[in-house]
Write a protein of this length. Sequence first.
Length: 365
Amino acid sequence: MATDLPGILIVDDNEDNRYTLQLMLESDGHEHIASAAGGNEAITLIEKENFSLVLLDLMMPDLNGDEVLKLIKSDPDKRDIPVVMISADTNADKVSQCIELGADDYLPKPFNPTILRARIAAALRRHSLRTLENEYLGKIENEKRHSENLLRNILPAEVVTRLRNGESNIADHFDDATVIFADVVGFGKITARMKAYETVACLNQLFSEFDKLAEDAGIEKIKTIGDNYMAVAGVPTPCSNHARMAAKFALDMVAATGRLRSRLPVPFSIRVGLHSGPVMAGVIGTRKFAYDVWGDTVSIAARLEAASQPSRVLASAATVKGLGSNYAFDGPHEIDNKEDRMLEAFFLSHHLDDVRHPLCGIKAP
């Protein structure tokens, strides 16, 4: 039966040698001792049980000690077990061969009990230290994975890779991308009489649904600010169909909000704005990282969101230009961008073609 208690395995085809070694180990206080009369029996025991040390004879009739040693050291799960060779063969070539194969020590027969005890104690200490080291490295690896998972929750995967590779100043320019802003209509009035936990729960349910849609569509969520949700298509991985990705995502957000109404304490509706153009993107912060997007494109998308209507998506002419004939449009409408100039914008009415584009991570059905 397999056991988790580490022990010592004696491997020798001579019964008197096994008995002598076992008596010596028991007198030294070692309780879990197993023995094998040959190499094959030893391998079977090693596969079933955990051992902290193997005392291995070299010359055996079925499977020689050096072959057993080679099998132990070639197994990733067993190669850290210390092996002390005990043999009447003192040939220097044979000794060096066993050391090269991974033996921790080599003692000639007949062995000196005092020296053997010292070698056993040293091998067991090394095994204990190696076990502690492996546990420590395992904890470090777990912490590393945990930290990377946390980073991947707040930063794009490509950016996490760049940070791991040593980049400290991540800032990129993208010639063309589409920024998406969504906002809960009348949020302040809706939540005025709600408790804090109810407000947070509602937003969490709504934005979690948006997060799922964004992940499925290959859209990069940037952040939430209160009841405002910001995302971008075509960043950090540029792609040519970012406007279509963003439009599909925006209409899906509106549809998802409608489906959630029956499950929320207070029904929400959202309005969405889209604008396409050049943006800058990068990582801000040293202790608390944030991946953000800047530029006039962002400001205009936010302005279009503010000018949109409940349960509707308002897209700039620049975004509409990239949509082709897949959508029906209501417009143009002139929108004041607060900089003494008017913008042409269009409400997206509905999909004419609901086929997902296979580029940029969007899977075709």
